[in-house]
Design a protein around this ligand. Structure first.
Ligand SMILES: O=C(O)CCC(=O)C(=O)O
Length: 263
């Protein structure tokens, strides 16, 4: 599945370049990471899985919490953005599914670990959240936000006809500087120079640190859904998400029987 003409997962120069990009830019984009053939197979498998996805909508500030009215109106801690998405959970992928095979393949885990500059990396222990197919359809978007984790690994499978751009205000804050002023400008579309669109063309693998970079996915337009795979890892073994998060994102808990996907 991997485009080995362009990417050798054992190439220490590639790994060093990824680590450097992540450290300096907070993001590392590897275009054409997958072969065209693999992308087409993953696209067809995603299309078949899509009817099983759970749709959710949320309203949150960029800090992923409710509005904090102790801040003035218009302040980003008191500004809500809408997001909506359909998600296929890890336990809904067939054993021989392409994305699942890729996610469970140790050499990819090891390459990602090295690109992140880590001694240890574990697949996420959440039976739903370890691997997700995120499907966004016309009208869906993901509002400006920071992630609560240090990194996310995504693979673009299908772009929407228009919209669905991954916009990134890279390294807009850090642990010392909340940088509210620029964040507010970005949210009000007043700081285009702070924002860039990451080129998530199908087959691209992206390593991203969303804790310090505010990002969003713009509204999807057109009939083609946007498919992105989200591969989750953690630096500690056995890390799981909460029941509340599972209910919000997947509409069920591991003890509940999965709806069958019969289309
Ligand atoms: O759909 C994407 O491309 C990215 C999703 C994302 O940023 C997130 O879930 O935090």
């Amino acid at each position: 599945m991997i485009n080995t003409h362009r990417y050798n997962l054992n190439d220490q120069d590639l790994i060093a370049a990824c680590l450097e990009q992540l450290t300096t830019q907070g993001v590392c984009v590897l275009p054409d990471f997958l072969t065209l053939k693999a992308v087409e197979i993953l696209r067809q498998q995603s299309e078949a899985l899509a009817p099983c996805a759970f749709r959710s909508a949320s309203r949150a500030t960029p800090y992923l919490g409710p509005a904090d009215e102790t801040f003035p109106v218009g302040h980003q801690r008191n500004t809500i953005a809408q997001s909506s998405v359909e998600v296929v959970a890890y336990d809904q992928f067939a054993r021989d599914d392409g994305l699942r095979t890729l996610y469970e393949w140790d050499p990819l885990l090891d390459c990602i670990r090295q690109c992140l500059g880590l001694n240890e990396l574990f697949r996420y222990a959440d039976p739903f959240g370890a691997l997700n197919l995120a499907i966004k359809r016309a009208g869906d978007s993901l509002g400006w936000h920071f992630d609560m984790t240090d990194f996310v690994v995504s693979i673009a499978i299908q772009s929407s006809l228009s919209g669905g751009y991954f916009e990134n205000a890279k390294k807009i804050r850090n642990a010392e500087q909340p940088n509210y002023e620029t964040i507010q400008k970005v949210m009000n579309e007043q700081s285009p120079e702070s924002v860039r669109t990451e080129p998530m063309t199908p087959g691209t693998l992206m390593l991203f640190n969303g804790r310090w970079s505010m990002h969003r996915v713009t509204t999807i337009e057109g009939l083609a859904p946007r498919y992105v795979a989200l591969l989750a890892y953690d630096t500690k073994p056995g890390t799981d998400s909460t029941d509340t998060l599972k209910m919000l994102r997947y509409g069920r808990l591991p003890t509940q029987k999965m709806e069958t996907c019969d289309e």
